[in-house]
Design a protein around this ligand. Structure first.
Ligand code: UDP
Length: 234
């Protein structure tokens, strides 16, 4: 296996499937199956999940809600997704721990770096909920930060497209996919891979990112085996 410890970033929006809101049963089951495939290979797995299917801090101001308050609401949304994912992973026979950036003792452990590493070493899948626990950050930044803290080999950003393209492939038929990119190239070309905070954290810490299509069965397994799937930014 090329990668032994990975951090998988899943967006909240992806969990909606074809719905407009919430969690799609088929989609979350599929994710569990993909994750199971790499778990069976002994890969150590940390997961950060977003909350965009439920709430985003940037939407707050539109409704008169204070931005910081909205960000905390967004963080709570990620915990809802994390709890759903935890449940489905366990149903599929995996051992998990949910660690939160905001203390909520009844439903999850608080994030403690050393404990999180220990869970990974023991083969438990660690899901990080509530982002970093601070407003004005995103779950992409959380993914980068936790990956660095866990000394993960790579951040795997699961999306619904096959990788990073020259233009939006859903809007532009001529768009072509990059196989590899340097951080510098991605920056100069203005390619949106992660927000700048997340992107810079990876760049400064030599942490590669792979953007790939999580909805294609077998992709995740192919990546950890070292096959060329998606776009590698390094
Ligand atoms: N959020 C935050 N701090 C964090 C992580 C998340 O304030 O460390 C809030 C932010 O408002 C964000 C929301 O939680 O909009 C949901 O996360 P995100 O938008 O990253 O989810 P995704 O787009 O991946 O579904």
């Amino acid at each position: 296996m090329k990668y032994k410890r990975i951090l998988l970033k899943l967006s909240g929006e992806a969990l909606m499937g074809d719905n407009q809101y919430g969690i799609d049963a088929g989609r979350i089951e599929q994710y569990a199956r993909e994750i199971r495939l790499i778990k069976d290979e002994g890969i150590e797995i940390a997961i950060v999940i977003g909350g965009g299917n439920i709430y985003r801090g940037v939407d707050a101001e539109r409704t008169g809600i204070d931005r910081v308050q909205g960000d905390y609401m967004g963080m709570l949304a990620t915990v809802i997704n994390a709890m759903a994912l935890q449940s489905i992973l366990e149903k599929n026979g995996m051992y998990t721990r949910l660690m939160s950036g905001i203390k909520m003792e009844q439903v999850c452990e608080p994030f403690i770096k050393r404990k999180a590493v220990r869970h990974l070493e023991k083969g438990r899948i660690v899901i990080f909920g509530a982002g970093i626990g601070n407003p004005y950050f995103t779950t992409d930044s959380t993914a980068s930060l936790r990956a660095i803290e866990m000394q993960a080999d790579v951040v795997l950003k699961g999306t619904r497209v096959d990788g990073v393209y020259t233009a939006d492939p859903e809007k532009n038929a001529d768009a072509t996919k990059y196989t590899t990119l340097s951080f510098q190239e991605a920056y100069e070309k203005g390619l949106k891979i992660m927000d700048m905070t997340a992107f810079t954290l990876c760049q400064e810490n030599d942490l590669p990112i792979i953007v790939f299509n999580m909805n294609k069965s077998g992709n995740l397994l192919s990546i950890v085996k070292g096959e060329e799937v998606g776009t590698l930014i390094k």
